[in-house]
Each structure stands twice: as C-alpha cells, then as structure tokens.
Design a protein. Sequence first.
Length: 181
Amino acid sequence: MTLSYQLNENDFLQHQLFVASQSASLKKRRKSSLVVLIFCFVMLSLLFYLIDENLLAILMLLLAPVTFFFFPSFQGKQLHKAYKRSINENYKNRFGKQVQVGFTDDAIVYHDSNSEVKILLTTISKIIELQDLFIIQMSTGGGLIMPKQQLEDVVGVRQLLQEVSQKLSVPFVQEFSWKWK
C-alpha cells in the first residue's frame, strides 16, 4: 500500500504536543513549577504577615488557590505557543510538500521532495491513532505522521496499521479523546 499526502503546520504541532503530553519529565516540570509558584505566594504571605502588612499577606494568600486553578491552563497555552514557534522555525520548509509512504513486508519507505528513507518495521515501538492523525513512533525517538483528512482510505490504513501492530507485537493505541491541556 502506498499513501500520498501533504503535511501542514497543524499536523506537526499535534504530533509534537501529543509527544510532549506523554513525556514524564514535562509532566514533572509542569507540576513542580506550579508547586514552586504556590509556595512562593504562601511564603510571601507569611513574610508580609510578619512585617505587619496584613493586606498584602491576605492578597498573596488568596493568589495561591487562584494560581492552582488557572496557572496550568496559562502554562499550557504558553507551551502551545512555544511549540508552534519552534515548528514554524524548524519545519516550515516541509509544509505543503508531497509525501509518499509505502509499506512492504519488512519496512516503511518514506519519500518526500528531499529524501527517501527506509524504516525497518522492527524499529516501530508504538502506533497511535488520534482524532486527526496516525502516528508511528520509532524506538529511535522519531515518528511518522499521517493526517487522516488527507488519506483516501482511513479504514484501510487503520486495518494495515493494526496488522503491523499485531505482527510486531507493538501497541496500537487509540487516543480519540486526547487534547492538549
């Protein structure tokens, strides 16, 4: 089976955001920055209380729960902007270019305007289906993105990927409800 499609900014962005959302280190950093920020507000509140600035102490103490509820959303938006800038900077020459992906018994052959790459099936670590994308993750850390909206036979591609998944005993994960937070 050979697929032909074009990748756009949103395809790269969704892929990067999904990979980032699965990263344990990013989750830990996001959680620790929230804890540090709340800790700072509590400490400032204590400091202001000790120097008899009760109004400022109360204000800082009130900012801690506000931060708890609103900072994760703010941080998610900031990370989204950062990933978008990075993608525009690093992948802009790949937007709108025709890509061909062919499947053989032992490899995936990826061809774009600049290169041709043969990816051994044994390097696949996971196959993921999102609402808008199929992602084939490699054990080397890279990934192959296939936007569903540009595929002629999404059901056929899903069946092919499920067969590859079973053949290689790698997970085929469907994350239809995934959203960047």
